[in-house]
Design a protein around this ligand. Sequence first.
Ligand code: AHM
Ligand code: MG
Length: 352
Amino acid sequence: MAAPAKKNPEHDAFSRPGNRIVTLDEFIIRAEKDFEFATGELTGLLRDIGVAAKIINREVNKAGLVNITGVADSGENTSGDQQQKLDVYANEKLIECLQNSGECCAIASEENDSIIQVPAVGSKQSHYVVMFDPLDGSSNIDVNVSVGTIFAIYRRQSDPSGPATTEDFLQAGNRQVAAGYVLYGTSTILVYTTGRGVNGFTLDPSIGEFCLSHRNLRIPENGKFYSVNQGYYSKFDLEMRRYIDNCSDQNYGLRYIGSMVSDIHRILIQGGIFLYPSTRKYPKGKLRLLYECNPLSLIVEQAGGKSINTQLKRILDIEPKELHQRNTIAIGSPAMVDELKAFIERYSALPL
Ligand code: AHM
Ligand code: MG
Protein backbone atom coordinates (compact mmCIF):
# COMPACT_ATOMS: atom_id res chain seq x y z
CA MET A 1 0.00 0.00 0.00
CA ALA A 2 1.33 3.46 -0.87
CA ALA A 3 2.45 5.53 2.11
CA PRO A 4 -0.03 8.28 2.98
CA ALA A 5 0.91 11.70 1.58
CA LYS A 6 2.89 13.72 4.11
CA LYS A 7 0.98 16.67 5.44
CA ASN A 8 2.48 20.11 5.11
CA PRO A 9 2.87 21.00 8.80
CA GLU A 10 3.38 24.69 8.28
CA HIS A 11 0.11 24.96 6.41
CA ASP A 12 -1.94 22.69 8.63
CA ALA A 13 -0.77 24.49 11.73
CA PHE A 14 -2.98 27.49 11.17
CA SER A 15 -5.82 26.15 9.04
CA ARG A 16 -8.66 27.13 11.27
CA PRO A 17 -11.68 29.29 10.68
CA GLY A 18 -12.04 32.92 11.65
CA ASN A 19 -9.43 35.56 12.34
CA ARG A 20 -8.08 34.14 15.56
CA ILE A 21 -4.54 35.31 16.27
CA VAL A 22 -1.91 32.59 15.86
CA THR A 23 1.27 33.33 17.81
CA LEU A 24 4.71 32.17 16.72
CA ASP A 25 4.98 29.81 19.71
CA GLU A 26 1.61 28.24 18.99
CA PHE A 27 2.45 27.88 15.31
CA ILE A 28 5.81 26.25 16.01
CA ILE A 29 4.32 23.79 18.50
CA ARG A 30 1.44 22.85 16.21
CA ALA A 31 3.82 22.45 13.27
CA GLU A 32 6.05 20.15 15.32
CA LYS A 33 3.18 17.78 16.09
CA ASP A 34 2.89 17.03 12.38
CA PHE A 35 6.58 16.09 12.05
CA GLU A 36 7.36 12.41 12.43
CA PHE A 37 10.02 11.66 15.08
CA ALA A 38 10.05 15.27 16.34
CA THR A 39 11.93 15.57 19.62
CA GLY A 40 11.05 19.17 20.40
CA GLU A 41 14.66 20.36 20.07
CA LEU A 42 14.08 22.31 16.86
CA THR A 43 10.90 23.77 18.31
CA GLY A 44 12.85 24.87 21.38
CA LEU A 45 15.54 26.47 19.24
CA LEU A 46 13.08 28.47 17.17
CA ARG A 47 11.42 29.65 20.34
CA ASP A 48 14.79 30.68 21.83
CA ILE A 49 15.54 32.73 18.73
CA GLY A 50 12.07 34.31 18.97
CA VAL A 51 12.79 35.35 22.57
CA ALA A 52 16.23 36.77 21.66
CA ALA A 53 14.60 38.68 18.79
CA LYS A 54 12.18 40.38 21.19
CA ILE A 55 15.03 41.41 23.49
CA ILE A 56 17.10 42.76 20.59
CA ASN A 57 14.04 44.53 19.20
CA ARG A 58 13.53 46.31 22.51
CA GLU A 59 17.09 47.61 22.42
CA VAL A 60 17.07 48.53 18.72
CA ASN A 61 13.94 50.59 19.33
CA LYS A 62 15.66 52.48 22.12
CA ALA A 63 18.67 53.34 19.92
CA GLY A 64 19.20 57.07 20.18
CA LEU A 65 17.56 57.28 23.61
CA VAL A 66 20.26 55.39 25.45
CA ASN A 67 23.98 55.22 24.91
CA ILE A 68 23.91 52.17 22.66
CA THR A 69 24.56 53.55 19.18
CA GLY A 70 27.99 54.06 17.64
CA VAL A 71 31.15 52.03 17.43
CA ALA A 72 31.89 49.40 20.09
CA ASP A 73 35.09 49.51 22.16
CA SER A 74 36.00 46.13 20.67
CA GLY A 75 36.74 47.83 17.30
CA GLU A 76 36.56 45.39 14.39
CA ASN A 77 35.01 41.95 14.14
CA THR A 78 36.64 38.89 12.66
CA SER A 79 35.76 39.91 9.08
CA GLY A 80 37.44 43.29 9.56
CA ASP A 81 34.12 45.19 9.77
CA GLN A 82 33.60 47.86 12.36
CA GLN A 83 31.55 46.52 15.28
CA GLN A 84 28.69 48.67 16.52
CA LYS A 85 27.61 48.56 20.17
CA LEU A 86 24.31 47.04 19.15
CA ASP A 87 26.12 44.31 17.15
CA VAL A 88 27.84 43.29 20.36
CA TYR A 89 24.62 43.47 22.38
CA ALA A 90 22.60 41.42 19.85
CA ASN A 91 25.38 38.84 19.66
CA GLU A 92 25.50 38.44 23.45
CA LYS A 93 21.71 38.12 23.77
CA LEU A 94 21.44 35.45 21.10
CA ILE A 95 24.30 33.46 22.60
CA GLU A 96 22.79 33.80 26.09
CA CYS A 97 19.31 32.65 25.01
CA LEU A 98 20.72 29.63 23.17
CA GLN A 99 23.12 28.72 25.99
CA ASN A 100 20.42 28.92 28.66
CA SER A 101 18.19 26.35 27.04
CA GLY A 102 20.94 24.05 25.74
CA GLU A 103 18.78 23.17 22.72
CA CYS A 104 21.84 23.44 20.44
CA CYS A 105 25.32 22.07 21.04
CA ALA A 106 27.33 24.87 19.42
CA ILE A 107 27.02 28.31 17.88
CA ALA A 108 28.85 30.21 15.15
CA SER A 109 28.37 33.95 14.83
CA GLU A 110 29.53 36.46 12.24
CA GLU A 111 30.92 38.42 15.19
CA ASN A 112 33.12 35.60 16.60
CA ASP A 113 36.33 34.12 15.20
CA SER A 114 35.55 30.53 16.02
CA ILE A 115 32.67 28.34 17.13
CA ILE A 116 31.25 28.52 20.64
CA GLN A 117 30.48 25.26 22.46
CA VAL A 118 27.20 25.16 24.37
CA PRO A 119 27.47 23.09 27.55
CA ALA A 120 24.75 20.45 27.89
CA VAL A 121 21.84 21.45 30.11
CA GLY A 122 20.92 18.51 32.32
CA SER A 123 21.06 15.24 30.39
CA LYS A 124 20.08 16.85 27.06
CA GLN A 125 22.26 15.85 24.13
CA SER A 126 21.53 18.31 21.36
CA HIS A 127 21.68 17.38 17.70
CA TYR A 128 21.70 20.91 16.29
CA VAL A 129 24.14 23.73 15.63
CA VAL A 130 23.03 27.33 15.06
CA MET A 131 24.73 30.12 13.19
CA PHE A 132 23.73 33.73 12.88
CA ASP A 133 24.50 37.27 11.89
CA PRO A 134 23.18 38.99 15.02
CA LEU A 135 22.61 42.41 13.46
CA ASP A 136 23.02 42.65 9.74
CA GLY A 137 23.33 46.11 8.20
CA SER A 138 24.22 47.58 11.58
CA SER A 139 25.98 50.59 10.06
CA ASN A 140 22.38 51.79 9.48
CA ILE A 141 21.43 51.93 13.15
CA ASP A 142 22.72 55.42 13.87
CA VAL A 143 20.49 56.79 11.13
CA ASN A 144 17.27 54.93 12.07
CA VAL A 145 17.29 52.60 9.06
CA SER A 146 16.08 48.99 9.33
CA VAL A 147 18.47 46.24 10.38
CA GLY A 148 18.00 42.49 10.81
CA THR A 149 19.06 39.25 12.48
CA ILE A 150 19.69 36.24 10.22
CA PHE A 151 19.92 32.63 11.45
CA ALA A 152 20.46 29.11 10.16
CA ILE A 153 20.08 25.74 11.91
CA TYR A 154 21.84 22.52 10.87
CA ARG A 155 21.94 19.00 12.26
CA ARG A 156 25.38 18.27 13.63
CA GLN A 157 27.43 15.65 11.78
CA SER A 158 29.87 14.74 14.55
CA ASP A 159 29.27 12.17 17.27
CA PRO A 160 26.73 13.68 19.74
CA SER A 161 28.61 12.28 22.73
CA GLY A 162 31.62 14.58 22.06
CA PRO A 163 32.02 18.31 21.45
CA ALA A 164 30.76 19.83 18.17
CA THR A 165 33.40 20.63 15.55
CA THR A 166 33.91 23.38 12.98
CA GLU A 167 33.02 20.80 10.32
CA ASP A 168 29.51 20.65 11.79
CA PHE A 169 29.13 24.21 10.50
CA LEU A 170 30.85 23.73 7.15
CA GLN A 171 27.83 22.14 5.52
CA ALA A 172 26.27 23.19 2.23
CA GLY A 173 23.19 25.40 2.60
CA ASN A 174 20.98 22.68 1.14
CA ARG A 175 21.40 20.85 4.47
CA GLN A 176 19.81 23.61 6.54
CA VAL A 177 17.05 22.30 8.76
CA ALA A 178 15.63 25.77 9.31
CA ALA A 179 16.53 29.35 8.47
CA GLY A 180 15.05 32.73 9.09
CA TYR A 181 15.45 36.40 9.68
CA VAL A 182 14.05 39.11 11.91
CA LEU A 183 13.63 42.54 10.36
CA TYR A 184 13.56 45.44 12.82
CA GLY A 185 11.75 47.87 10.54
CA THR A 186 8.62 50.02 10.62
CA SER A 187 7.29 46.95 12.37
CA THR A 188 9.30 43.94 13.50
CA ILE A 189 8.76 40.75 11.56
CA LEU A 190 10.22 37.25 11.96
CA VAL A 191 10.22 35.15 8.78
CA TYR A 192 11.30 31.51 8.82
CA THR A 193 11.23 28.23 6.98
CA THR A 194 11.84 24.63 7.93
CA GLY A 195 11.90 23.64 4.28
CA ARG A 196 8.14 23.51 3.91
CA GLY A 197 7.25 27.00 2.77
CA VAL A 198 7.86 30.38 4.34
CA ASN A 199 5.77 32.16 6.95
CA GLY A 200 6.09 35.60 8.55
CA PHE A 201 5.10 36.74 12.05
CA THR A 202 4.76 40.41 12.95
CA LEU A 203 5.51 41.50 16.50
CA ASP A 204 2.43 42.96 18.13
CA PRO A 205 3.98 45.29 20.73
CA SER A 206 0.73 45.52 22.69
CA ILE A 207 0.88 41.82 23.62
CA GLY A 208 4.61 41.23 23.07
CA GLU A 209 4.00 38.31 20.71
CA PHE A 210 4.97 37.52 17.14
CA CYS A 211 1.67 36.85 15.34
CA LEU A 212 1.18 35.11 12.02
CA SER A 213 0.79 37.85 9.43
CA HIS A 214 2.32 36.52 6.20
CA ARG A 215 1.10 33.03 5.52
CA ASN A 216 2.88 30.87 2.94
CA LEU A 217 4.86 33.73 1.36
CA ARG A 218 5.42 33.43 -2.40
CA ILE A 219 7.87 35.67 -4.23
CA PRO A 220 6.52 37.29 -7.43
CA GLU A 221 7.88 35.65 -10.61
CA ASN A 222 9.16 39.04 -11.79
CA GLY A 223 9.72 42.48 -10.31
CA LYS A 224 10.28 46.09 -11.18
CA PHE A 225 13.15 46.84 -8.81
CA TYR A 226 16.82 45.95 -8.76
CA SER A 227 18.96 46.29 -5.69
CA VAL A 228 22.74 46.79 -5.91
CA ASN A 229 25.31 49.27 -4.64
CA GLN A 230 25.47 51.17 -7.91
CA GLY A 231 28.20 53.38 -6.49
CA TYR A 232 30.60 50.53 -7.31
CA TYR A 233 29.40 50.35 -10.94
CA SER A 234 32.81 51.10 -12.46
CA LYS A 235 34.35 48.29 -10.35
CA PHE A 236 31.93 45.63 -11.56
CA ASP A 237 32.73 43.15 -14.33
CA LEU A 238 31.41 43.85 -17.82
CA GLU A 239 28.50 41.39 -17.63
CA MET A 240 27.25 43.01 -14.43
CA ARG A 241 27.51 46.49 -15.91
CA ARG A 242 25.59 45.32 -18.99
CA TYR A 243 22.87 43.82 -16.80
CA ILE A 244 22.57 47.00 -14.73
CA ASP A 245 22.37 49.08 -17.94
CA ASN A 246 19.58 46.77 -19.07
CA CYS A 247 17.69 47.29 -15.76
CA SER A 248 17.92 51.01 -16.35
CA ASP A 249 16.86 50.67 -20.03
CA GLN A 250 13.82 48.70 -18.92
CA ASN A 251 12.93 51.40 -16.38
CA TYR A 252 13.35 49.13 -13.38
CA GLY A 253 13.56 51.19 -10.20
CA LEU A 254 16.72 51.08 -8.08
CA ARG A 255 16.19 50.29 -4.39
CA TYR A 256 19.21 49.70 -2.15
CA ILE A 257 18.94 49.99 1.60
CA GLY A 258 22.43 48.78 2.55
CA SER A 259 20.80 46.27 4.87
CA MET A 260 20.43 42.96 3.07
CA VAL A 261 17.58 41.66 5.23
CA SER A 262 15.50 44.74 4.39
CA ASP A 263 16.23 44.47 0.68
CA ILE A 264 15.43 40.74 0.64
CA HIS A 265 12.22 41.28 2.59
CA ARG A 266 11.03 43.84 0.05
CA ILE A 267 11.93 41.47 -2.79
CA LEU A 268 10.03 38.60 -1.14
CA ILE A 269 6.89 40.71 -1.00
CA GLN A 270 7.15 42.82 -4.17
CA GLY A 271 9.58 40.90 -6.37
CA GLY A 272 12.95 42.10 -7.66
CA ILE A 273 16.61 41.12 -7.62
CA PHE A 274 19.43 41.76 -5.14
CA LEU A 275 23.04 41.70 -6.34
CA TYR A 276 26.35 41.79 -4.55
CA PRO A 277 28.95 40.99 -7.20
CA SER A 278 32.72 41.11 -6.89
CA THR A 279 34.38 44.49 -6.56
CA ARG A 280 38.02 45.46 -6.35
CA LYS A 281 37.75 45.66 -2.58
CA TYR A 282 35.87 42.35 -2.31
CA PRO A 283 37.00 40.18 -5.26
CA LYS A 284 34.99 37.22 -3.91
CA GLY A 285 31.98 39.36 -2.97
CA LYS A 286 31.34 40.93 0.42
CA LEU A 287 28.55 38.86 1.92
CA ARG A 288 29.17 35.86 4.12
CA LEU A 289 28.07 32.47 2.79
CA LEU A 290 27.19 30.89 6.13
CA TYR A 291 25.64 33.79 8.01
CA GLU A 292 23.90 35.76 5.26
CA CYS A 293 23.71 34.07 1.87
CA ASN A 294 22.70 30.51 2.82
CA PRO A 295 19.82 31.31 5.17
CA LEU A 296 18.40 34.02 2.90
CA SER A 297 18.79 31.74 -0.12
CA LEU A 298 16.83 28.95 1.56
CA ILE A 299 14.02 31.36 2.37
CA VAL A 300 13.93 32.85 -1.11
CA GLU A 301 14.01 29.41 -2.78
CA GLN A 302 11.31 28.13 -0.44
CA ALA A 303 9.19 31.09 -1.52
CA GLY A 304 9.73 30.18 -5.20
CA GLY A 305 12.77 32.39 -5.96
CA LYS A 306 16.33 31.67 -7.07
CA SER A 307 19.78 32.38 -5.68
CA ILE A 308 23.11 31.93 -7.49
CA ASN A 309 26.63 33.33 -7.40
CA THR A 310 28.18 35.15 -10.34
CA GLN A 311 29.76 31.86 -11.51
CA LEU A 312 26.15 30.68 -11.87
CA LYS A 313 26.40 28.13 -9.09
CA ARG A 314 23.36 27.65 -6.87
CA ILE A 315 24.29 29.23 -3.53
CA LEU A 316 22.79 26.36 -1.54
CA ASP A 317 25.07 23.84 -3.29
CA ILE A 318 28.36 25.56 -2.44
CA GLU A 319 30.52 23.46 -0.09
CA PRO A 320 31.90 25.93 2.47
CA LYS A 321 35.62 25.81 3.23
CA GLU A 322 35.74 28.26 6.13
CA LEU A 323 33.41 29.85 8.64
CA HIS A 324 33.71 33.43 7.43
CA GLN A 325 33.85 32.70 3.71
CA ARG A 326 32.51 35.44 1.44
CA ASN A 327 30.84 35.00 -1.90
CA THR A 328 29.04 36.85 -4.66
CA ILE A 329 25.26 36.60 -4.86
CA ALA A 330 22.32 37.29 -7.17
CA ILE A 331 19.01 36.47 -5.49
CA GLY A 332 15.33 37.17 -5.99
CA SER A 333 12.46 36.71 -8.45
CA PRO A 334 13.14 33.67 -10.64
CA ALA A 335 12.61 35.46 -13.97
CA MET A 336 15.03 38.23 -13.00
CA VAL A 337 17.74 35.81 -11.82
CA ASP A 338 17.33 33.93 -15.13
CA GLU A 339 17.68 37.19 -17.05
CA LEU A 340 20.89 38.03 -15.19
CA LYS A 341 22.18 34.52 -15.88
CA ALA A 342 21.69 35.08 -19.62
CA PHE A 343 23.76 38.29 -19.40
CA ILE A 344 26.56 36.50 -17.55
CA GLU A 345 26.56 33.65 -20.11
CA ARG A 346 26.73 36.18 -22.92
CA TYR A 347 29.29 38.67 -21.63
CA SER A 348 31.49 36.95 -19.05
CA ALA A 349 35.15 36.80 -20.01
CA LEU A 350 35.75 33.96 -17.56
CA PRO A 351 34.96 30.30 -18.23
CA LEU A 352 31.76 29.39 -16.37
P1 AHM B 1 27.34 43.66 7.84
O1 AHM B 1 27.03 42.22 8.13
O2 AHM B 1 28.71 44.05 8.28
O3 AHM B 1 26.27 44.59 8.30
O4 AHM B 1 27.46 43.78 6.24
C1 AHM B 1 26.46 43.26 5.43
C2 AHM B 1 25.72 44.38 4.77
C3 AHM B 1 24.47 43.93 4.07
O5 AHM B 1 23.38 43.98 4.92
C4 AHM B 1 24.35 44.95 2.97
O6 AHM B 1 23.60 44.47 1.89
C5 AHM B 1 25.77 45.19 2.59
O7 AHM B 1 26.55 44.91 3.75
C6 AHM B 1 26.03 46.61 2.20
O8 AHM B 1 27.36 46.74 1.80
P2 AHM B 1 27.87 47.99 0.94
O9 AHM B 1 27.83 49.16 1.85
O10 AHM B 1 29.24 47.62 0.49
O11 AHM B 1 26.93 48.14 -0.22
MG1 MG C 1 25.89 40.91 8.04
